[in-house]
Write a protein that binds this ligand. Structure first.
Ligand SMILES: Cc1cc2nc3c(=O)[nH]c(=O)nc-3n(C[C@H](O)[C@H](O)[C@H](O)COP(=O)(O)O)c2cc1C
Length: 145
């Protein structure tokens, strides 16, 4: 089964840490959504969308990419890292999946050190995350898909 994970990981590359551990497991393509390299998602059976949470949702470039480039009828899963949970961050991307008749097959999220804006003054939140246990959790999630 061909799998690609399309990701946006720019703040501290914490989301990418999870993805690198998943990629070390075997046959999965990682595609940086900001990359200039062309990619055709039709070539893949399973598509992951992964991002840090920015202002309450997936990074805008990833949402835009999903809206424009996600083929219809695919199996899709989500991964995210975030500073502190407040609500359902997957809602906007689920709307895109519904429009494209795609099937959500799983979602994984974990904490990540966040020193953005006001949190910087307080020394940041969720220090030390993602932990090795959380990274292993992401790998176990992927294996279980
Ligand atoms: C501009 C900005 C906005 C953020 N907004 C949120 C947010 O709304 N909720 C949250 O829990 N974390 C928020 N964070 C923390 C990030 O989700 C967290 O650091 C994440 O791990 C970043 O992923 P990355 O290092 O893979 O880019 C924000 C971080 C930045 C830089």
């Amino acid at each position: 089964m061909k799998t690609v994970i399309v990701y946006f990981s720019r703040h501290q590359e914490h989301t990418k840490k999870l993805l690198d551990a998943i990629a070390a497991e075997g046959d999965v393509t990682l595609y940086d959504v900001m990359s200039a390299q062309p990619i055709d998602l039709n070539d893949y059976d399973r598509i992951g969308l992964a991002s840090g949470i920015y202002y309450g949702g997936f990074a805008k470039p990833l949402l835009k990419f999903a809206a424009e480039r996600l083929p219809e009828g695919k199996d899709v899963f989500f991964l995210n890292t975030l500073g502190s949970p407040h609500g359902d961050y997957f809602e906007p991307v689920r709307v895109i999946l519904e429009e494209k008749d795609c099937n959500e097959i799983g979602a994984f999220g974990c904490f990540s050190y966040d020193a953005y804006g006001p949190f910087k003054l307080a020394g940041g939140i969720s220090k030390g995350h993602p932990t090795q246990e959380e990274i292993d959790g992401a790998v176990a999630f992927y294996r279980g898909l």
